[in-house]
Design a protein around this ligand. Structure first.
Ligand SMILES: [Mg+2]
Length: 396
């Protein structure tokens, strides 16, 4: 089998990759939403891929893997990798999880990252009210993640929150020491959320990046008795193009609250320090940024060898990304906690695909399906209506 074309169309907010072959089998991958600027980046790899046998996934990846980088520059490589597995699975007549070593679970736990309700403000009461709504969501999530600190509106809405210069944008680009008032505010909001969730639903907190080490340690220690699932990206993370393993280790060694990072990291080499130095308790790679499904699987196994847990990121990965997350997470060892559940945007995305369960999430889990490849098919006549003029040949 040979690759005959690589196409990329932006459908709604997500760039979609389609790889075609001379055997009439095609495969799909998806790039995180709000990244239409990555379409030319996907097509940059085309000359490297034409003529290769897509079912030798690793051999194809060796052609392009070193031509990627930390988020968002690993997205195109990752989406191509998922499309290759989709083809390989369809060609073999098996779901992708079989090619990744086989599943060890029939249903995969997800945590709530994507099902959101607008926040009325940043007070403890606002956080509690928001948590009531998320706890009542029909998906019945067993873990909910909420943003606090620099990963929330607090720097803008809480007076004298930080000694740092508050940046006008809200792209999580604030950084600095917190005031005592700021730190107390974060702790009060967490207490308010825990009063809603009790010990029925786990609470994870996306915190930064941007915290200074003394504040990070103070927060983690203050929350110890509340048994928070994890504190995510306190120091670095999100779009930070480095890892800071030694600095994370200082925080992690000082507290029993689990410390988490890794959503922006590309390739196993960049997880090496975090894992071997036991710099965090939980890693959170995104298959759409780390370099694909097999890369995430390898890193998960290596983390397990070191007693480190994994809760993959995925909030912006769309429905094809969701399919990839289910396939790979079905194969991960017992250090797997849950992956972050993405919601498709806009809503019409749910009318474009066949193959996903309906409803997708039941009691906080997604049932693993057994159809070949990623197990999703486009309803092309419906999807074509949403293609831009320049992409009208995407499904041809
Ligand atoms: Mg995050």
């Amino acid at each position: 089998m040979k690759i005959t074309d690589i196409k990329c169309a932006v459908l709604g907010e997500n760039p979609i990759v389609r790889i075609t072959t001379d055997a009439g089998i095609d495969g799909y991958g998806e790039v995180e939403n709000s990244k239409s600027y990555l379409k030319p980046h996907v097509l940059f790899y085309k000359p490297h891929l034409l003529g290769a046998d897509p079912t030798n996934v690793e051999s194809v990846m060796l052609r392009i893997r070193r031509l990627g980088g930390f988020k968002p520059w690993g997205s195109a490589v990752s989406a191509i990798e998922m499309a290759l597995w989709d083809i390989a699975g369809k060609a073999a007549g098996v779901p992708v999880y079989k090619l990744l070593g086989g599943k060890v679970r029939d249903k995969v736990r997800v945590y709530n990252g994507g099902v959101r309700f607008p926040m009325q403000g940043s007070s403890p009461a606002d956080y509690a009210e928001n948590m009531v709504k998320m706890k009542a969501a029909p998906e019945k999530f067993t873990i909910i993640k909420q943003g606090v600190g620099f990963h929330s509106a607090m720097p803008h809405e809480v007076p004298n929150f930080t000694f740092g210069e508050v940046q006008p944008s809200r792209f999580h680009d604030n950084r600095g020491l917190l005031t005592e008032r700021g730190l107390n505010h974060v702790i009060a909001c967490v207490e308010a959320m825990k009063s809603v969730l009790g010990d029925e639903v786990g609470l994870a907190l996306d915190c930064g990046p941007g915290w200074m080490v003394p504040d990070a340690i103070r927060l983690a220690k203050a929350l110890e008795s509340m048994h928070i699932m994890w504190l995510e990206d306190l120091l670095t993370g999100d779009y930070t193009p480095h890892v800071s393993a030694d600095v994370y280790r200082e925080v992690t060694r000082s507290t029993s609250t689990p410390i988490h990072t890794g959503e922006q990291i590309y390739l196993r080499q960049n997880f090496k320090d975090l894992i071997e130095k036991h710099a965090v308790n939980i890693i959170g790679p995104d298959p759409a940024d780390i370099g694909g499904l097999a890369e995430l699987k390898w890193v998960a196994e290596y983390a397990d060898l070191h007693g480190i847990l994994i809760a993959p990121h995925g909030i912006f990965d769309g429905l094809i990304g969701l399919a990839g997350l289910v396939q790979v997470c079905a194969t991960l060892p017992a250090n797997f906690i849950a992956f972050e559940y993405p919601v498709a945007r806009p809503d019409w995305w749910y009318t474009l695909l066949e193959g996903l369960p309906n409803p997708i999430v039941v009691d906080g889990f997604i049932q693993v399906w057994d159809t070949p490849g990623l197990g999703i098919r486009f309803k092309e006549e419906v999807a074509k209506k949403y293609l831009a003029k320049e992409d009208e040949c995407f499904f041809d």
